[in-house]
Write a new protein. Structure first.
Length: 116
C-alpha cells in the first residue's frame, strides 16, 4: 500500500516520521493485521501488510490514515499550519497484491526507496 501526504508536502521527517511509524504499528496490533515492512518517506508512505482475507484493504487503509492523521495533528499541532482542513493524507491510495512476486522482492523494493 502506498499513499502520500496532501500536496506531496515533505513533512514526514525526523520525529514526525518516527511517530507515524509507531502509530501504524499500534493500529496494526489493535486491528489484528501485520505490517511486514514499512518505509515512511518525506512525502509518502509504503506499507507491506498481511491480514486475514476477511479484512478489506480499504478498511485497513481507512483506519491507518484516519487514526494516524488525528494523532499526528494532536501530537504535532504545527502541522495544522501546513495542511488545509487538518487533512494530512491525500485521499488516493495505491493497493497492490503479492500475486506472482515474492515477499522478498517487495521487501527489497521498500527498503530501496530511501536510496531513490
Amino acid at each position: 500500500m502506498v499513499w502520500s501526504t496532501k500536496y506531496r508536502k515533505d513533512v514526514l521527517t525526523g520525529d514526525i516520521a518516527n511517530y507515524c511509524e509507531k502509530v501504524f504499528n499500534e493500529i496494526a496490533e489493535e486491528f489484528e493485521f501485520q505490517i511486514i515492512q514499512s518505509e515512511v518517506m518525506p512525502d509518502h508512505v509504503h506499507l507491506f501488510i498481511t491480514a486475514h482475507p476477511k479484512k478489506a484493504p480499504g478498511d485497513i487503509v481507512k483506519k491507518l490514515k484516519g487514526i494516524s492523521g488525528r494523532k499526528l495533528f494532536y501530537t504535532f499541532p504545527e502541522l495544522r499550519n501546513t495542511f488545509y482542513k487538518n487533512q494530512i493524507w491525500n485521499p488516493s491510495t495505491y493497493y497492490g497484491t503479492a500475486g506472482n512476486i515474492t515477499k522478498d522482492t517487495i521487501q527489497k523494493y521498500i527498503e530501496n526507496q530511501k536510496g531513490v
